[in-house]
Every structure is written in structure tokens, then in C-alpha cells.
Design a protein. Structure first.
Length: 254
């Protein structure tokens, strides 16, 4: 098996209301043309999905609650930002100076409820960007439009960068997915020695997002999408990215 990762260049700045699938397919027809094929995986950063969906917020209009003021004192963060983190979250998991980990309303445990303040263009330091309302639905919408425009059935993964318990650094993971099995269940199968696997589940969508991150980068690279080619989709068992979420009752790191 040969796996390749192709950067989608020339996307440009995304603004609210942008038809993201159209922009991406147009970019693939640009100078570094990419001919899509059935079974390709289009990985798109959360940031441009949120931008297209207009998920901006202006902190100048936010009045912090007493809880936000209290947490801001602990975390040394802007109380208005903390207020928005709380509004986007269903529970605070950990707080410490410069750190605020919450369980997002979508079920993901993450820093600052996924709120972003980098590479947002004009608007000043008071501008923030929230996660998409429903990343799996966003992925499905992009997939449908790509099919209508190209005739190719591709999978779509929406990626975001996450920190991990017990390890430094961030990696890209899938927060939205369509057209592939986000998690592949190997339980009940035999390994090479005939031993039956009891717990192995492969986070396929996360692995694809992480691989694409090698091309897209985390800072000023300006490559917000990539094609991952040559990966078995297990599409007969397709599942959204929410299938990757561990139920709170099974979370031993809370």
C-alpha cells in the first residue's frame, strides 16, 4: 500500500458565507492541479470551516459572569474569553494558571473549548473563532458538494489540533468526518499468532487528520486542506467523528 498526502494550495482567505467546497475544488484545479479520485480523503482544518460558517465572536460585547471572573483569576486569562469558553462547554475539567480544560458541548475534552485567536485576519485581539456547530454535518455538506462538482466520492475529515494527557505537544485529530469509518473495530479478529483481539479499536479518522497535519502545519504555512490518498476507508462501516468520543463515565483522566 502506498499512501500519499497532497497539499491543497491557493485557497485564499475564507470569509463568512464562503462556499467552502467550491473554493477547495477550484483550488485543486489551480497551478498544482489535483485530480480527485473515488476513495480520496479531503482533510480540512476546523479554522476555515468555522470561518465559512461565520463562527466569529467579538469579545467587546461579552459581559463575564461571576464564575468566569473567578476562573479568570485562577487561569490568568481574559474574563471575557473565559465566559465564552464556559458558554461553549458543559463542564470544566481542569483549571490552572494559563490552562483551562473543558468538556465542550460536543463532548470533546479540549483546551479553551477549542476557541481560536490566531490567524483570524482583521478584527483585532478581541476577535475569536468558535468551533462549528456540528462538525460532522459540516463534513457531510462538504462531501456532498464535492461529489456534485466533481463526480468523485471522497471522504471528508475536519481536523483540529489537540493536546494529549501525559504528552507534550499537539497533533491533529478529527472533530468531524463523513464517508469513512472514523473508528475501525478490530475486536474479535485474530492477530498473526491467532490471539483474539479484545480491545483494539483503530482511530482511523484521527490517524488521517494527523497525517495531513504534516503537510498543513500548525502556524503560518497557509495550507488549510490536504488530500490523503491510498487509505482504506472501511466505508461500509462509515461512522462520524463523534463515534471517537469516549463516554464521560469511561473517562479515567477526568
Amino acid at each position: 500500500m502506498t499512501i500519499s498526502i497532497l497539499p491543497v494550495k491557493g485557497v485564499g482567505e475564507i470569509t463568512p458565507g464562503t462556499d467552502l467546497a467550491r473554493v477547495l475544488t477550484d483550488a485543486m484545479e489551480g497551478d498544482d492541479a489535483i485530480a480527485l479520485s473515488d476513495g480520496d480523503i479531503l482533510v480540512v482544518t476546523q479554522k476555515i470551516v468555522s470561518k465559512a460558517e461565520g463562527r466569529y465572536c467579538d469579545l467587546r460585547h461579552i459581559v463575564p459572569s461571576p464564575e468566569a471572573e473567578e476562573l479568570a483569576a485562577v487561569t490568568r486569562k481574559d474574563p471575557r474569553l473565559v465566559e465564552m469558553i464556559l458558554r461553549e462547554s458543559e463542564a470544566v475539567v481542569r483549571s490552572a494558571p494559563f490552562v483551562l480544560i473543558t468538556r465542550h458541548r460536543l463532548g470533546m475534552v479540549m483546551a479553551n473549548a477549542g476557541i481560536d485567536q490566531s490567524n483570524l485576519g482583521p478584527g483585532g485581539e478581541d476577535r475569536i473563532l468558535l468551533l462549528p456547530l456540528d462538525p460532522d454535518a459540516s463534513a457531510e455538506g462538504i462531501r456532498d458538494t464535492v461529489y456534485r462538482r466533481t463526480g468523485q466520492s471522497v471522504a471528508v475529515v475536519i481536523s483540529d489540533s489537540f493536546g494529549r494527557p501525559w504528552r507534550n505537544g499537539v497533533v491533529n485529530v478529527a472533530i468531524g468526518a463523513a464517508g469513512l469509518a472514523s473508528i475501525v473495530d478490530e475486536r474479535g479478529k485474530a492477530d498473526r499468532n491467532g490471539r483474539i483481539l479484545g480491545v483494539t479499536q483503530v482511530a482511523l479518522a484521527d490517524a488521517v487528520a494527523s497525517a495531513a497535519g504534516l503537510i498543513m502545519g500548525e502556524a503560518a504555512e497557509g495550507i488549510p486542506a490536504a488530500i490523503v490518498r491510498g487509505v482504506a476507508l472501511h466505508s461500509a462501516h462509515a461512522s462520524p467523528a463523534r463515534a471517537l468520543l469516549r463516554p464521560a463515565a469511561e473517562d479515567l483522566f477526568r
